[in-house]
Design a protein around this ligand. Structure first.
Ligand SMILES: NC(=O)c1ccc[n+]([C@@H]2O[C@H](COP(=O)([O-])OP(=O)(O)OC[C@H]3O[C@@H](n4cnc5c(N)ncnc54)[C@H](OP(=O)(O)O)[C@@H]3O)[C@@H](O)[C@H]2O)c1
Length: 342
């Protein structure tokens, strides 16, 4: 692929990133994109190259991150979908984008992946009371302290934007679910599983009953992996078409909210269907189970998070997949991991 728009993309083999890259590859302007992807293994790099994508081998955890700075310094657009809490990597990318700004006199575009866990409370499954957040409420979001999850990276990004070096758009997915599709899946190099549902499914299979934190009353937003990826592309197109009109900052992705109890009930019922459990009702994880299955992350599973994705919708984003698809996906994940654990 040769062309005019240099795109540097990290996390292309990931659940989220792979779905975004798949869309970029079939974009109507794809012939004019020069995409460079960061990958960690030569084996994956060889397969990605078959898609016309250039690769750089490296890791966000490498001691020397000069390669990230260099790659970003050549990019008109950087898309990130790796560990959203890795500040040294984010800083190297921001440093590179500043160089690009100095050299071109233009502010390059950064589409960074964060997560709605930044809105989470500490309900521990005992309450569904929550603060409502919309991605249009910039003052409320700006007030979230650096100690809040993901803000250690989001704040420096937003500050670099404010200083005029970059145009930053922080895509902030909620609980992503569903089966990704596309060329990276076909090549067998994209992760096809999300984060939270497999944790709960594996723990529930091991204890032979669906489980939740506390009473499971807490609520979270969710979005299908394909709907989530659509938002990146809608944003990418909007920003290129009208760079000064599209609001910068947070873009949540969600299509509905669910309670932990709903999820643990689907898991419990599936376990009965599979003959692993005789109890179709979930129960609270014990203190020991919380530590054993989730370690330091267990409180996160009991949090409330309420996020309205109004900015994406204002750009024309129309997520399609609802709760029915979510529950069907949970069922399929439980079946997958039950088979794997046999
Ligand atoms: N999934 C969700 O529900 C969700 C929701 C909100 C936010 N997020 C956030 O979105 C980001 C991506 O999540 P995901 O679900 O797509 O994760 P994922 O499927 O695990 O993908 C992670 C991607 O990053 C790459 N990667 C991992 N460690 C790396 C390193 N040290 N250096 C360079 N690349 C590395 C992986 O490459 P390999 O192929 O080499 O492993 C893969 O391409 C994360 O920050 C996550 O917290 C996820």
């Amino acid at each position: 692929m040769s062309g005019e728009l240099n795109i540097f993309f990290t996390g292309v083999t990931g659940y989220i990133g792979g779905s975004v890259l798949s869309r970029l590859l079939k974009h109507k302007d794809a012939a004019s994109f020069h995409i460079t992807a960061l990958v960690r293994s030569t084996e994956k790099a060889e397969k990605i190259k078959t898609l016309g994508v250039e690769t750089i081998i490296g890791s966000y955890t490498d001691e020397d991150l000069t390669f990230l700075k260099e790659a970003a310094s050549k990019a008109d657009v950087v898309i990130t979908a790796v560990d959203c809490d890795n500040l040294p990597a984010a800083q190297a990318i921001l440093d590179g984008l500043k160089l690009k700004h100095e050299a071109s006199g233009k502010a390059p575009i950064l589409i960074h992946t964060s997560g709605t866990a930044l809105l989470a409370d500490d309900a521990r499954g005992l309450s569904s009371e929550h603060i409502h957040y919309s991605d249009t409420e910039t003052d409320k979001l700006d007030a979230l302290p650096v100690t809040t999850l993901h803000r250690n990276v989001d704040i420096p990004i937003l500050e670099t934007d404010k200083a005029g070096y970059i145009k930053a758009y922080i895509v902030t997915p909620s609980a992503v679910f569903g089966k990704p599709e596309g060329p990276l899946i076909e090549l067998g190099i994209q992760n096809s599983h999300t984060i939270v549902i497999p944790w709960l499914a594996k723990a529930s299979i091991a204890r032979k009953q669906g489980g939740h934190i506390g009473k499971g009353l807490n609520v979270w937003p969710a979005v299908h992996v394909e709907d989530n990826a659509d938002l990146y592309l809608i944003l990418f197109d909007a920003v290129r078409a009208k760079p000064d009109e599209v609001p910068r900052g947070y873009y949540f992705t969600e299509n509905f909210h669910y309670s932990s109890l709903e999820v643990s009930t689907v898991i419990a019922e599936t376990l009965v269907e599979l003959g692993i459990s005789t109890d179709a009702k979930p129960s609270g994880f014990t203190v020991e189970e919380r530590e054993k299955y989730f370690g330091a992350f267990w409180p996160l599973l009991g949090t409330n998070c309420y996020a309205k994705a109004n900015r994406g919708r204002a750009l024309g984003w129309k997520p399609k997949y609802g709760k029915e698809a979510f529950f069907a996906d949970i069922k399929s994940e439980v079946k997958f991991f039950a088979q794997q654990q046999q």
